[in-house]
Design a protein around this ligand. Structure first.
Ligand code: G1P
Length: 301
């Protein structure tokens, strides 16, 4: 079967000012979550959704992203020479996850502008967009849930999450008609409305499957909220021509964009791992935050 969504675009040009000073010299997407950089999770999700071509929309200072997904011949040789064949294989596999290309966003003009910058590398059909700050864990993976809706219903698809009304001004918010089973037919979109102006509490969360028509619409768009070219405004225009579906995704979302939310994500993911869970609990026991386990002696059957 032909792959319906073969490219995935990652807007990764942002300065990461919410995570300074860590992000002074390291791209925020390269901050590790457990044992791999945040971007690795997003790329993995796109691969699991069937995408083969990853497109990074980058800026100055983001070279380590490219290097991470490139083959590191010297490192592989060194690991092999030390008899660490398994680790060598794991490292080599990163460069084989997909094909990677980069294009620069010369000015920080917003998410819509970042997507437009990716046009030369992903205009061959519907394409995915992953905002990698949000690490999404779902089964099936969240982008794959969107691709499944696109394959069944056609048109573009956005991931939705219900948010508390007082948080609407942090997200793109949709007006939508319930189509059942977590699926919504989008009828309007507003970028970061105040709670009183929000058409619903269904927020767009960093995963999209987009029609290539969006590029033409973004090109002609005036600046919107915050003086930026907003993807939400482009989608609003797209809605006049093509359907847009919203999926209330099944899964968990870990915001890794600030140190507070990153720390929460790190602890949550560690608690899900058998070995790391014990390390977290031990640390809490040492601090007296969690009761120590009382050794009740051997169990005699
Ligand atoms: C962007 C989009 C917004 C969306 C959000 C999801 O906002 O403009 O519509 O809801 O991502 O994370 P940003 O977080 O870049 O300000």
């Amino acid at each position: 079967m032909a792959i319906s969504v073969s490219s995935c675009l990652f807007p990764v040009a942002g300065l990461g000012t919410r995570f300074l000073p860590a992000t002074k010299e390291i791209p925020k997407e390269m901050i590790p979550l457990i044992d791999r950089p945040i971007i690795h999770y997003g790329v993995n999700e796109a691969v699991e959704a069937g995408c083969r071509d990853m497109v990074f929309v980058t800026s100055r200072g983001k070279r380590s992203l490219e290097d991470y997904f490139d083959r590191s011949f010297e490192l592989e040789q060194a690991l092999k020479n030390k008899g660490k064949g398994n680790l060598c294989e794991e490292i080599h596999a990163i460069s084989r996850m997909a094909s990677f290309s980069c294009v620069r966003q010369p000015e920080p003009l917003g998410l819509g502008h970042a997507v437009l910058c990716g046009e030369p590398l992903c205009s061959r059909g519907y394409f995915g967009v992953v905002l990698p700050d949000d690490v999404m864990i779902g089964e099936p993976p969240v982008l794959a849930q969107l691709v499944a809706v696109h394959e069944k219903m056609g048109g573009s698809v956005v991931a939705l999450e219900e948010v508390p009304k007082e948080e609407t001004s942090r997200y793109g918010i949709v007006a939508a008609v319930d189509a059942g089973d977590g699926l919504w037919r989008v009828t309007d979109l507003v970028e970061k409305p105040s709670p009183q102006d929000a058409p619903s509490n269904l927020a767009v969360m960093g995963r999209y499957v987009l029609s290539p028509r969006i590029f033409d619409l973004l090109r002609d768009l005036p600046r919107g909220k915050g003086g930026e070219i907003q993807l939400t405004d482009g989608l609003r225009r797209l809605l006049q021509e093509e359907p847009i579906w919203g999926v209330v995704y099944r899964g968990r979302r870990y915001d890794c964009g600030t140190k507070e939310s990153w720390l929460r994500a790190t602890v949550s993911l560690a608690l899900e791992d058998r070995v790391l869970r014990e390390i977290v609990l031990d640390a809490l026991r040492e601090e007296g935050i969690v009761e120590p386990i009382v050794n009740e002696g051997p169990v005699v059957e």
